[in-house]
Design a binder for this molecule. Sequence first.
Ligand code: IVH
Length: 701
Amino acid sequence: MTPMPVERLSAAEASAEHARLGNEIAEHDKRYFRDDAPTISDADYDALRRRYEAIEAAFPELQTVDSLTRRVGSAPAEKFAKVRHSVPMLSLGNIFTDEEVVEFFARVRRFLGLGEASPLGVTAEPKIDGLSCSLRYERGRLVTAATRGDGFEGEDVTSNVRTIREVPARLHGSDVPAICEVRGEVYMGHADFAVLNEHQKDAGERLFANPRNAAAGSLRQLDPAVTRSRPLRFFAYAWGEMSALPAKTQMGMIEAFKRFGLPTNPLMVLCRSADEMLKHYRTIEAQRATLGYDIDGVVYKVDELALQNRLGFVSRSPRWATAHKFPAEKAATRLLDIEIQVGRTGAMTPVAKLEPVTVGGVVVANATLHNEDEIARKDIRIGDTVRVQRAGDVIPQVLGPVIELRLPGAKPYIFPQVCPACGSAAIREIDTKTGEADVVRRCTGALICPAQAMERLRHFVSRRAMDIDGLGEKQIQEFFAEGLIKTAADIFTLEERDRAAATKLKDRERHGETSVKNLFAAINARRRIALDRFVFALGIRHVGETNARRLARHFGSFEALRETARAAGEAASEARAELNNIEGIGDVVAEAVADFFAEEHNEEVLDRLLAQVTPQPLEAVASRSPVSGKTVVFTGSLEKMTRDEAKARAEQLGAKVAASVSKKTDFVVAGPGAGSKLDKARELGVRLLSEDEWLAMVAEK
Ligand code: IVH
């Protein structure tokens, strides 16, 4: 498509295109300079820049201080070393309403089986809007500082963190544990942020959009001298590995950190009820504007560490803590177009292309429109002025049109009935049980649709799946477009094929020898991969990280999963029942798993993939435990713990919790009132345990 001549652009169109090009060019610069992995040819890059400059020449008002045309120098080319976190750095679940606070408090009490009279303490403190960092002190000395990364592995930013005045090089006090991993937030204050941007402006450098970006950019500098010149600060609020715990409560731990010489937030209080939590939330919210640093909510944490332990984690967030976010920020802007994105399962998602607008300190140019019905229900039309909302890190969303500002002639939006990528019919499946149409319209071109194939690949290499360094979104897009990589298996034969190819990757424009070598090394590093990641990477519908882990844990090996899933085609089969019987896996997921393995094409791709990749059985969380790998059924009432807690604990130790008794059950834990499951266990000769016997078995030794 030839772009519209610059002189024919309206001011609004020019501004939108200028912003879009700016983002695109900045992204290519980053890939070229920082990641050493360019994804477009020099010629294409130059064309982007020329267009950008031409627009600026025609619309000089667009040439602001942060324009790319004013930027000099290049980003550094090296990278940070990786650091594996000895205890993963997890994230927090979010809640937004008063009711959810009440529900959080009640849920914790329910899980722990606390009676009406038993008190429960929960701390409340500001949620700092910076970036989390783990500081490892050994014998009181700071030895490593690492960013969060994907939660399991972060970047080594020790030299930079050493330049932060608020972070002590040594901890003080007689009770500092020999190994003391302190976690907290690196952030930048408002005043410092304003001064930094003034300096950036004077120096003709790029301005930072908000203090969080400034803090992140400053911490991830390859030259610690630059970090030193940036006024970063720190609050300690959590911990990782500790050789001993200096306190028994969250509050006590934070007080200990303070004694050790670490900065802690003064607004942390202990609450005894949901009412007190809400009261403190409002107090913090009222102070938000005058704190001098950005916060985006309040974090609640169960105070007693023993209770935190019992509550444990669900997926990537603790059950014992949550973040109560402040309401989203809103703005109005023009809806320029609606683009349909096709996901890996064919789901067609409408994306709003907006005239760029600043919402809560961040420029928003894209937002989700959810689905077809939402657009119709809100009667959102292209050209409308729409209200947009952004909350935290979630994708911005379009709330609805400002009807008074609607232009004459605006037509209702008609959602496409065919896939924009492959032209196949796009349909809304009818739920056989309810008879209702699915809210999502899906492309039916599963195997022929390039958008779906592309999205499957993107999912496969993504961070939480195979996590292949240097094979990001743009790179995989390029390989796909050129036909070099069509399915997941092709990734692992790329090197071999490159050896035989006439034009080698390293000789192609913008693919340096080092970057190609690194890419092959990163691919080879994933030839062995944890089973749960592998199952997640396959992109089976309804199988996210949690279900992938359940399947991996239950089957132990990929072969075992595949064998059962292949035999599970019939809804009434024994294999389907086995899938269904895995705790947390219901009819819909079981059917989706069976469907995936029933698809011949998937089987072919799997065979080719398994010739290259060996999924490693799940490391049982505590393989020393006598219940690890065993299947347990709980029945009757439990007296020392709630059913949820018992299940969570068993799973944590690597056991599988099943809902019904079968030949495969190893133990049945029966409390008072146990009925038919107990009979079945006796009939099958399954080992029976009382609650106390069970507790003795899972006790930490
Ligand atoms: S506690 C296991 N406390 O929020 C939970 N996190 O959404 C550990 N954050 O990655 C986190 N202020 O970067 C905690 N007072 C606070 C926090 C806080 C900011 C960040 C942190 C975390 C993210 C989770």
